[in-house]
Design a protein around this ligand. Structure first.
Ligand code: 6PG
Length: 262
């Protein structure tokens, strides 16, 4: 995969800082065209420190982005109300959107309080409306942030999920056996139409599966993170040392700052 860049950092703090710098770089590269910047955010715990860094008044990141031009979406969501402790929307709102005082007109959350299928259809219609893509064209995100679970899932694309086979819909509402609950998720077609995908993966519990995903046999039904391969886009893997410990490439990196040893 030639469109892939793997950056290994010492710890989550440095990982988040580098991912924030990449996000700012991409907004600035894109912003010269003057139009809005569309980003889909990931949930879970890893990205919290990135969101806090971007919103931090004491950091340069906040001042480096024209937040009025950024439209915020989600890559996936749990089927819970937006004020639930489990809500990805709530986590992002708390750590990023509220501190940045983002206008509600720039925030496009899943209506996760609705039944799963209705919420998925509603979000698909919203995406097509905002990206102005009638049926047949696929919206193209400027950036999609993703995480990866210790089972190799990404967004809410879990192993053996029917959503992995989706070729038309932009949004799916798969039942996840692992949680005995429905989830809402962007599908492979829209993820793989992104200009940039930024993975953030940290922690020793991810090391074994990360080696399989990045260096093992191609088996996206078992390792859904492998399905991410934008046709005309780049994939950045921001990893901490613990998650990257099993990677063969890792032994070539100096001080885990992503510089290959010559
Ligand atoms: C979610 C996320 C999910 C997450 C991974 C990694 O809704 O939980 O979208 O895909 O990115 O499970 O989660 P951690 O960052 O908490 O390990």
């Amino acid at each position: 995969m030639t469109n892939r860049e793997i950056i290994v950092l010492n710890n989550l703090e440095e990982l988040s800082r580098q991912a924030a710098a990449k996000f700012v770089e991409l907004t600035q590269a894109n912003g010269k065209n003057g139009y809005s910047f569309n980003v889909a955010l990931s949930g879970g715990s890893t990205p919290k420190s990135l969101y806090q860094l971007l919103a931090d008044e004491n950091e340069d990141f906040r001042r480096a982005v024209d937040w009025r031009k950024v439209n915020f979406f989600w890559g996936d969501e749990r089927c819970v109300p937006p004020n639930s402790d489990e809500s990805n929307y709530r986590m992002v709102h708390e750590h990023l959107l509220k501190p940045l005082d983002i206008s509600p007109s720039n925030i496009h959350r899943f209506k996760s309080e609705l039944d799963a299928e209705t919420a998925a259809t509603e979000y698909e219609n919203l995406l097509r409306l905002i990206f102005n893509t009638h049926h047949g064209l696929t919206p193209r995100f400027d950036v999609i942030f993703l995480g990866m679970g210790a089972d190799g899932h990404t967004a809410s694309l879990f192993p053996e999920s029917v959503a992995l086979d989706e070729t038309e819909k932009l949004v799916a509402a798969p039942f996840v056996e692992k949680f005995l609950k429905f989830r809402l998720t962007l599908t492979p077609p829209i993820i793989n139409n992104a200009a940039n995908v930024i993975f953030q993966v940290a922690g020793a519990d991810k090391a074994d599966v990360l080696r399989e995903v990045l260096e093992g046999a191609h088996d996206p039904r078992r390792l859904p993170a492998q399905i991410v391969n934008p046709r005309d886009g780049k994939v950045f893997w921001f990893l901490d040392e613990a998650a990257a410990a099993q990677l063969s490439i890792n032994r070539k990196y100096e001080n885990f700052t992503g510089r290959l040893r010559r």
